[in-house]
Design a protein around this ligand. Structure first.
Ligand SMILES: Cc1cc2nc3c(=O)[nH]c(=O)nc-3n(C[C@H](O)[C@H](O)[C@H](O)COP(=O)(O)OP(=O)(O)OC[C@H]3O[C@@H](n4cnc5c(N)ncnc54)[C@H](O)[C@@H]3O)c2cc1C
Length: 501
């Protein structure tokens, strides 16, 4: 690999340009280098700290115990449906969100993946998930490692008839709870750059260009000729035979829209010349909505967490429960993911429930052709006309109200931190006020056969109407799976890169 800190040549050429070096981008780059003789450039807006062994990574990105916020893009949800803006954390660094995420690696429910129109069998999917988990060094927290809070939360779930299981990594799993599969060997967040790029970094056909913001692509009919990058004060031209966007659910549609690929009328209104009229770019945005109850830790729990923390880090999250709401589809439609955080004024115990089968859909749209300008992102959380998302979350909150009152948890919790957490109400206004999200945006460049119906890419990830442009990341997922999304994105990237090569 050439150093990313060379004096930048304002013109770069490679066989393949990968735009975005996150979870998916690292997979695609590594596999192309490993399985072809092509030269590959990865362009990443944030820093590349090099291989894990190089020792240059900031400690907070390595420490899997808590979620860092040092490399955040600064996106916000407009919050129109919730009447308050919500931060939408996204990492701007090599490895992308895998470099700052919670490290829970679940696979979800197998049938969800067969709704995407991809030609993968159950057996292929199972093997892709297992191989991806192995590459990410996924293991499972042992009972001995559970913090006193996590052990009590799991016990409360079991008392509430959510049985102990070990099937969070099984595509055929059902309702149950257990310690999470996690990609943190020795407590290190094993991001996709370590897992995929490190083994090929010495290969001269791979180059990582960091601190480089992709402004737009320039097309000649259906062919992308070049990408324009901004690096420092400089404009850089990147020429390639193939361009693969891996900018994530917000970054990839932004790059397409700035390039004139999207809803033609919206683009014209911004002064961007339309190149490919694809109405679906930026639409179909969805995530798992959550609602959370919050309590101060009680004195006994504070003592227990302090004792636990004397010898090791206290992970925020370790246990996940899968449950089913009253009207939810089988086998489960809720995740319970209790976590603790250490605030300056004491420990907080948070009980979020996520709706895994959301029906609400939102959109991302540009306000300007300027790549520095933030888009308007409106997830329209909890707006589906049937009220199904709210109903599922209401049932999840009812489950939590039983858990926090159970003999396993009640003696450990202090005062509720807001009126909704104090209960007993679960009215719509309270649910909206206590709602957040699970950091799993998908869908803005959805796979599908028909561009007029909102599809942006075909089942190979190729952008409809283009000859040499693909999107491979969470944005192409047309319907979110019942899983934390990192492992599914790795498996999807593995599948699409095989189709590509
Ligand atoms: C706080 C947080 C916690 C999470 N916890 C979990 C968890 O515990 N388990 C789980 O499975 N999932 C979790 N996720 C979700 C998971 O990490 C993501 O689904 C996954 O990383 C998405 O991968 P991606 O490749 O689509 O995008 P990303 O990993 O976001 O990669 C996109 C990359 O493209 C770069 N980029 C974007 N635009 C441009 C541009 N214009 N120019 C150059 N570069 C650009 C970005 O900087 C980034 O590096 C979490 C996410 C967050 C934010």
């Amino acid at each position: 690999m050439q150093s990313t800190h060379d004096a930048m040549n304002p013109r770069i050429r490679a066989d393949v340009a990968i735009l975005g070096g996150g979870t998916a981008g690292a997979v695609v780059a590594a596999r192309l280098v490993e399985t072809t003789s092509l030269s590959v450039v990865v362009v990443e807006a944030g820093p590349d700290y090099g291989p894990f062994d190089g020792g240059r990574w900031p400690p907070e990105l390595l420490d899997s115990a808590t979620l860092p916020d040092t490399h955040d893009w600064g996106y916000q949800d407009a919050g129109l449906s919730l009447r308050r803006p919500l931060p939408l954390e996204r990492a701007r660094v090599i490895g992308g969100c895998s470099s700052h995420n919670g490290c829970s690696q679940t696979v979800g429910y197998g049938a969800d993946y067969h709704r995407w129109g991809l030609s993968w069998s159950d057996a292929q999917l199972t093997s892709l998930m297992a191989d991806s988990a192995a590459r990410l060094r996924v293991r499972r927290y042992t009972d001995d490692e559970l913090t006193p809070f996590q052990a009590a939360a799991m016990e409360a779930m079991i008392l509430s008839e959510i049985p102990r299981t070990d099937d969070l990594d099984d595509l055929h799993g059902g309702v149950g709870c257990g310690p999470s599969p996690v990609n943190n060997p020795d407590g290190v967040r094993w991001n996709s750059a370590f897992a995929f790029l490190d083994p090929v970094r010495s290969e001269p056909r791979l180059r990582v260009v960091d601190h480089a913001l992709v402004d737009r692509l320039e097309l000649d009919g259906p062919v992308v000729r070049r990408a324009r990058l901004r690096r420092g004060g400089e404009q850089v031209i990147l020429e390639a035979d193939r361009f693969i966007l891996c900018g994530g659910a917000y970054g990839s549609p932004e790059m397409l829209l700035r390039s004139g690929i999207g809803p033609a009328d919206d683009l014209k209104a911004l002064g961007i010349a339309p190149r490919l009229d694809l109405p679906g770019v930026g639409r179909n945005l969805h995530d798992h909505p959550t609602v959370e109850l919050r309590f101060a830790a009680g004195d006994r729990l504070v003592r227990q967490l302090t004792d636990y923390g004397r010898t090791r880090a206290v992970p925020d999250e370790q246990v996940i429960g899968k449950a089913r709401s009253g009207s939810g589809s089988a086998p489960y439609d809720l995740h319970l993911l209790p976590w603790t955080s250490s605030e300056p004024d004491g420990w907080t115990c948070v009980f979020p429930v996520a709706c895994l089968t959301p029906r609400s859909r939102g959109a991302l749209r540009l306000v300007s052709a300027d790549p520095q300008a933030k888009p308007v992102i409106d997830h329209r959380y909890l707006t589906d006309p049937e009220g199904a998302d709210l109903a599922a979350l209401r049932d999840g909150v009812d489950i939590y109200r039983r858990l926090v009152a159970s003999p396993a948890l009640a003696p450990l919790l202090g005062r509720p931190l807001d009126e909704f957490s104090a209960g007993p109400s679960t009215d719509d206004a309270g649910l909206r006020a206590a709602s957040a999200h699970y950091w799993h945006p998908v869908g803005t460049c959805a796979i599908g056969p028909d561009p007029a119906a909102g599809a942006v890419v075909d089942t190979t990830g190729r952008v409809h109407g283009s000859d040499n442009l693909w999107v491979v990341d969470a944005s192409v997922i047309p319907v979110i799976p019942r899983a934390t999304t990192n492992l599914p994105v790795v498996a999807l990237a593995e599948h699409l890169v095989r189709v590509l090569t």
